[in-house]
Write a protein that binds this ligand. Structure first.
Ligand SMILES: NC(=O)CC[C@H](N)C(=O)O
Length: 307
């Protein structure tokens, strides 16, 4: 595995078409697109890294996997009254379906859905308390207390919040949000602004790779059924309107973020994180997807069949 990852990093370095770095806030626009990192962690405790695997980046929408897990823990299947579980086939920040579907977001991974999930886990608490809980959960999963929010990224998202604010107000108009819109958005932007590296991220996904148990900690995080369901949502919805393409090419549950990271789960085999900041047209990491495609070919880990 280590030899494969080293060769992969060398190969990917040569590619000049690296996609377009997210530019809706200056903090993301200034990240160097030449970077690439990968970490592969196995349930038995092995971890392999290559490239810029210990460089911090903004996990953005990958955080939606962690808040979904928390929300299911808090309110169980009641969550599905607030958010659906169908792929949207639309961009991550699209508003169109909300009007026809009574303000109920298609799934927890598009922006509207993640905003509804945050509203569901706030349960009357202030953003600060809710954010403390989110950060503790991520630190626990990653086994790393150094993980923090990038406050500059969060503040900048708040400043440029028009699009997400539209989604939130629209849902509120349908009676879908219980809390103050700016408080929900402030919480959502901070969760997206968690800074992590590939190794920390791959560690955090281990429970999804072994039926809800993080074997390296000897802890059950969620039931086997819940882990399976979270993986299915990642497969169907984790890459927005690029989810079909990701399933076709990689064949693993995955969740992307506009910071260029992707968390992918090979059930029973490994939790994998890749990061390269250049994005494709759907806002998913271009080189990161290619790396996962190569890894899936090399290992035969696609859930749809080997080799
Ligand atoms: N796709 C993403 O990573 C989007 C997250 C970003 N914070 C937003 O709300 O627009």
């Amino acid at each position: 595995m280590q030899d494969f990852l080293n060769a992969l990093v060398a190969e990917l370095k040569l590619i000049t078409q690296r996609g377009k770095v997210a530019d809706y806030i200056p903090q993301l626009a200034s990240v160097d697109p030449a970077q690439f990192g990968i970490a592969v962690c196995t349930p038995s405790g092995d971890s392999f890294t290559a490239g810029d695997a210990t460089t911090l980046f903004s996990i953005q929408s990958i955080s939606k996997v962690f808040t979904l897990t928390m929300a299911l823990g808090k309110i169980g299947d009641g969550l599905w009254q607030h958010v659906g579980r169908e792929p949207s086939g639309n961009p991550f920040n699209s508003i169109v379906q909300l009007e026809h579907e009574m303000g109920k977001p298609r799934n927890p991974f598009i922006n509207a859905g993640a905003i509804a999930v945050v509203d569901a886990i706030m349960m009357g608490h202030e953003p600060k308390e809710c954010l403390g809980e989110i950060l503790s959960f991520v630190r626990y999963l990653a086994k790393d207390d150094s993980i923090c929010f990038d406050r500059v990224v969060a503040a900048s998202e708040m400043q440029h919040r028009d699009r997400n604010a539209s989604l939130a107000h629209f849902m509120k108009a349908f009676g879908r949000l219980r809390h103050d819109v700016d408080k929900v958005l402030g919480t959502y932007f901070h969760q997206c602004a968690i800074a992590m590296n590939c190794l920390q991220l791959a560690q955090s996904g281990l429970f999804l790779a072994s039926d809800g148990i993080d074997k390296t900690m000897g802890q059950r995080i969620v039931s086997a059924q819940r882990a399976r369901r979270i993986n299915s949502l990642m497969m169907m919805c984790g890459h927005y309107d690029g989810s079909g393409e990701f399933a076709f090419r990689v064949g693993l549950p995955g969740k992307s973020g506009v910071g260029g990271g992707i968390l992918a789960i090979a059930p029973g085999k490994a939790s994998i994180a890749v990061w390269s900041p250049g994005l494709d047209q759907q806002g998913n990491s271009l080189i990161g997807t290619l790396a996962l495609e190569r890894l899936a070919q090399f290992t035969g880990w696609s859930v749809f069949g080997q080799k």
